[in-house]
Design a protein around this ligand. Structure first.
Ligand code: NAI
Ligand code: MG
Length: 326
C-alpha cells in the first residue's frame, strides 16, 4: 500500500529540515508518494494567502502531513492545518538524549495537549480601546476524545497511567469539565491518573522531572509547559510533535523558522526527523519508527552535531549520518 504524504516545508529552516526528513523516509523500504505544497510568509507575499486552498486540501486528503514551520503567518497556517486533519490531540515528547548538554538529563516526558479549544478556540474580541476579551471554550466531547486517546496511549506504551495538569481551582467550570471528564474516562477504562495544578507543575518539573511521565494538558498549558520542558532537555532543535486526528495526522517540529540561522544550512534536523519517526509509527511502521529514532539518538550521542548542540556540522552532514546509522 502506498502512503500519500503531504510535505509542507513552509519558511526559513522549514525549507532545510523538511527535505532532510523526507530524505530519511525515502531511504526506507516503504512505499511513499510525496506531494509538496506551499504555505507561510513567502507564499503570502506572492499570492496574498498564507495557506492556499490546494495546500489545505492536500493535508485534508493525505494519509499524513509533514510540516516544517511558518514565520509570522504561523497561526494562519498551523491552526487551519490542524483542523484539516481534524486533530484533537498534539503529542509532544520531551526527552533528554545521551551526549546532549541538558539542564535535566533525566527528563523523559510526553505531553498530550488538547488541540482544538481552550483559549486557542479563536473567540477574542476588542470591546473598546480599553477592553479586550477572550472566551475560553472547553467541551466534554473534546475532553472525552483526549481522555480516550490518553488511555490508549498509556496502555499501548506501557506507562503507569497519566497526570492531568489543570487549574480547576481557579477556572472551576472550564478546567472542571476538563479534569472531571478525563478522570471519568480513565476510571471507566481502569487507567490510573493523578492531577497537578499547572503552575505547581512548572516548578516541580524543573526540580524533579522524573516524577512525571505522561502529562495531559489543556491547549495553552500544553503549549507553554512543553516549551518549558524543551528548555530542560537542551533546546527546541530536538522536540518533535504529532497532531493526531481520527483518520490522518500532521507531524512537525515544535520549533519555528529560526530566522537567525535560516539559509545557512546548519539547522538541526533532529526534531523534524523524530517527527517523521512519529509519522511512521502513526502509519503502523513501528519497526522503522524505532529504527529512525535510534539512528537519531546514536547520531546525537556520537556526532556529527549542528552548531546549536556545540558542533560544526551542516544539516546535510547530520542527515547523512542519521541515514548511515539506520
Ligand atoms: P524559533 O523556534 O524559530 O527559534 C528560537 C531559537 O531556537 C532561535 O535561536 C533558533 O535559531 C533556535 N532553533 C530553533 N530551531 C532550531 C533548529 N532546528 N536548529 C537549530 N536551532 C534552532 O522561534 P522564534 O525565534 O520565536 O520564532 C521565529 C519565527 O518562527 C516567528 O516568525 C514565529 O512566528 C515562527 N514560529 C513558527 C512555528 C510553527 O510554524 N509551528 C512555531 C514557533 C515559531
Ligand atoms: Mg509553541
Amino acid at each position: 500500500m502506498t502512503h500519500e504524504i503531504a510535505v509542507i516545508p513552509g519558511d526559513g529552516i522549514g525549507q532545510e529540515v523538511t527535505p532532510a526528513a523526507v530524505e530519511v523516509l525515502e531511504s526506507l523500504e516503504i512505499d511513499f508518494e510525496f506531494h509538496e505544497a506551499d504555505a507561510g510568509d513567502r507564499v503570502k507575499e506572492i499570492t496574498g494567502e498564507a495557506l492556499p486552498e490546494e495546500t489545505y486540501e492536500l493535508a485534508a486528503s493525505a494519509d499524513a502531513t509533514l510540516f516544517g514551520a511558518a514565520g509570522e503567518t504561523a497561526a494562519d497556517v498551523i491552526l487551519p492545518l490542524r483542523e484539516a486533519v481534524d486533530s484533537f490531540v498534539n503529542i509532544r515528547p520531551a526527552k533528554a538524549y545521551p551526549g546532549i548538554d541538558a539542564v535535566r538529563p533525566e527528563t523523559d516526558l510526553v505531553f498530550l495537549r488538547e488541540n482544538t479549544e481552550g483559549v486557542y478556540a479563536g473567540h477574542e474580541d476588542r470591546l473598546s480601546e480599553d477592553v479586550a476579551t477572550l472566551t475560553r471554550v472547553v467541551t466534554q466531547s473534546a475532553s472525552r476524545d483526549l481522555g480516550e486517546f490518553a488511555c490508549e496511549y498509556v496502555e499501548d506504551g506501557d506507562h503507569d497511567g497519566f497526570t492531568i495538569a489543570h487549574k480547576a481551582n481557579v477556572m472551576r467550570e472550564t478546567d472542571g469539565v476538563f479534569r472531571d471528564t478525563i478522570e471519568s474516562v480513565a476510571d471507566e477504562q481502569g487507567v490510573d491518573t493523578d492531577e497537578v495544578l499547572m503552575d505547581a507543575f512548572a516548578t516541580k518539573v524543573c526540580l524533579d522531572p522524573e516524577q512525571f511521565d505522561v502529562v495531559v494538558c489543556p491547549n495553552l498549558a500544553g503549549d507553554v509547559l512543553s516549551d518549558l520542558a524543551a528548555g530542560l532537555v537542551g533546546g527546541l532543535g530536538l522536540l518533535p510533535s504529532a497532531n493526531i486526528g481520527p483518520e490522518r495526522g500532521l507531524f512537525e517540529p515544535v520549533h519555528g523558522t529560526a530566522p537567525d540561522i535560516a539559509g545557512e544550512g546548519v539547522a538541526n534536523p533532529a526534531a523534524t526527523i523524530i517527527s517523521a519517526a512519529m509519522l511512521l509509527e502513526y502509519l503502523g511502521h513501528d519497526e522503522e519508527a524505532a529504527a529512525v529514532q535510534n539512528a537519531v539518538e546514536t547520531t546525537l550521542e556520537n556526532g556529527p552535531r549542528t552548531p546549536d548542540l556545540g558542533g560544526e556540522a551542516s544539516t546535510e552532514d547530520v542527515t547523512t549520518a542519521i541515514i548511515d546509522n539506520l
